[in-house]
Design a protein around this ligand. Sequence first.
Ligand code: ADP
Length: 395
Amino acid sequence: MPSRNILVINCGSSSIKFALVNEEQPDFILSGLAERLASPEAVLHWQHNGEKDSLLLQGGDHRTALQHLLPLVQNATGGQLHGIGHRVVHGGEHFTAACRIDTVSLLAIRATSPLAPLHNPANLQGIEAALKLFPELPQVAVFDTAFHQSLPEHAYRYAVPEQLYREHGVRRYGFHGTSHRYVSQRAAEMAGVPYAASSWLSAHLGNGCSTCAIVDGQSRDTSMGLTPLEGLVMGTRSGDVDPNLHGHLARTLGWSLEQIDAMLNKDSGLLGLSGLSNDMRSLEQAREQGHAGATLAIEVFCYRLAKSLAAMSCALPQLDGLIFTGGIGENSPLIRSKTVEHLKLFNLTLDAQANARCIRGVAGAIGAEGHPRVLVVPTNEERQIALDTLALLTA
Ligand code: ADP
């Protein structure tokens, strides 16, 4: 049987990220981004065989972008496309794994939209456009939350009145599940331990950041909650704050809920602390030049990350390793070493040379000899979505 190709689609409100994954090739055959959709500046960028190209879509929407993608996919696969995998942010309590898209699952995805009002409707827009353009192809939804549905109740419940959980779904869901699952599987392969009998702490550090405790291939706790705002300091998100902050700002400054939401989601995190940037690379450069805000932002980021990892350890029977992934986790020796410095009680220490070597896609062990395992594992959510899609094609 020839190897199969899966198109992976990640739809935002005004963008589509895509990757064409072949089950036997490590690199994407075709990948790219359509952005500023439904605006006069709408544009499609793609990369194929090392060549980059782009096309103005002039007001084109999600459907237009996919229409233009179609011939590129046909050209890149010789007409051999076997399925489409869609990233869907929220699967609520309904989805504990990926699922084939049909009328029943579409209804269930729509029903979870109140839990992710910014993301799920955008994901659905992409699914609906793809169903119209590729009606004959099997399509699969892969949820950011599904991996965390194995959290025990004591980890996913908030200490608020039960009715809010039972009637309104107020609980911790967690996100980045596809990434935590992918990197923990890879970590087990790299360490030569069976995934089904292993325990990991994982730190996904991109623009959004979260930690996860993975035991025997299952998520047992994670730092994000009802929404992706909970937990770590992120690019522009605050992470944990005193839950009374909303009331305090409303009372003392007269701020509306919308203002407080926007401040916590868009103006906080690394950006808010540094007063400079949400981008870790820029902050590291500024720190080297003595910028006080950038220095503080990095200190708070690493301390809070270490604190979260220590908290996650409550879910582990033993530690097979700590995993760093995401743009920051994969590329920043500084953040990795500063974080590990706060975890002395775990006997964690890095090998400075190995730590410096693991950047720009290089995976490897960075823990010092005789100390617990620390791994840098580049994430690949698109490949994981393609693998989940393939698994459901043959199921
Ligand atoms: P997203 O969550 O949008 O997928 P990424 O996983 O690409 O984001 O991570 C983006 C973050 O990774 C940014 O803060 C960026 O500055 C950081 N990053 C990328 N390369 C480096 C680097 N060499 N050193 C430090 N941080 C880096």
